[in-house]
Design a protein around this ligand. Structure first.
Ligand SMILES: C[S@@+](CC[C@H](N)C(=O)[O-])C[C@H]1O[C@@H](n2cnc3c(N)ncnc32)[C@H](O)[C@@H]1O
Length: 239
């Protein structure tokens, strides 16, 4: 698929184009992640689980847009009863090698095959940026969460425009698509990453939207000087 199609996906986020892109890079996705982030992404996923409560024994956790399963594995290690949901079969195909089969389901983050109010903890790492309607996604995350349960969203962010921020922006635009392209065989996918990250709203706007869509509280934590951001939201308690 050419870059033209992916540029269109950036503006309208056509789910079929997004799915096709992840299907093509699925086999090299983990390797590209480790190299491009210098391994920091694994620390971020552990942070998500820590903020979820650390010890998740006996808790039901749904990892949305689970991809090849890296966050679900950390949730499982923390004792959670995990379900991973993703709409790209080729990404999910790599997950059972990391954690038993049977905990992975193909489904759309905007209409998940998951019962309402069934999850104590809902996580989504680097998935929200790709959905066609993030407000619908917030409502769907809330729908499957138990009253008082937690929703944790990890996404890329933007550092301040200091020296580090300028170097990072340059890395994102000029270096990352080259290395990501060489590792995955799909440079356009990593151009898409750059453009969606650059366009992404700031953390305060996302928090505001989540509150408007029904969460009782939302806070956020900048990771690695703002390169990533973790939103931690709580579903309203039953009255
Ligand atoms: C960048 S990967 C992140 C994977 C994983 N969460 C991680 O931390 O490595 C984004 C994932 O979101 C999935 N995705 C994008 N839009 C989706 C949607 N509407 N429903 C379900 N999965 C979706 C893609 O298939 C892909 O596996």
């Amino acid at each position: 698929m050419g870059e033209r199609t992916l540029t269109e996906a950036k503006s309208d986020k056509d789910p079929k184009v997004v799915q096709g892109m992840f299907a093509r890079i699925a086999g090299r996705y983990d390797l590209a992640n480790r190299v491009l982030s210098g391994g920091v992404d694994t620390r971020w996923r552990r942070r998500v689980v820590k903020r979820a409560g650390g010890d998740l024994s006996g808790q039901r956790a749904v990892d949305v847009a689970c991809g090849t399963g890296d966050l679900a594995v950390v949730l499982d290690r923390a004792g959670a009863d995990v379900l991973g949901v993703d709409f790209t079969f080729e990404m999910l195909e790599h997950a059972p090698a990391k954690l038993r089969p049977g905990v992975w389901v193909q489904g759309d983050a905007l209409a998940m095959p998951v019962s309402s109010g069934s999850a104590d903890v809902v996580t989504m790492a680097f998935g929200l940026r790709n959905v066609v309607d993030r407000r619908q996604c917030f409502r769907e995350l809330l729908r499957i969460t138990k009253p008082g349960g937690k929703v944790l969203i990890l996404e890329f962010g933007m550092p301040d425009r200091d020296l580090f921020g300028r170097v990072y922006r340059s890395y994102l635009t000029h270096v990352l698509p080259r290395i990501g392209g060489a590792l995955s065989g799909d440079r356009a996918a990593y151009r898409y990453l750059d453009s969606t990250v650059q366009e992404w709203p700031d953390a305060h706007q996302l928090s505001q939207e989540m509150l408007e869509d029904g969460f009782a509280s939302v806070d956020h934590e900048r990771l690695f000087r703002g390169v990533a951001c973790l939103h931690v939201a709580v579903a309203p308690s039953e009255v």
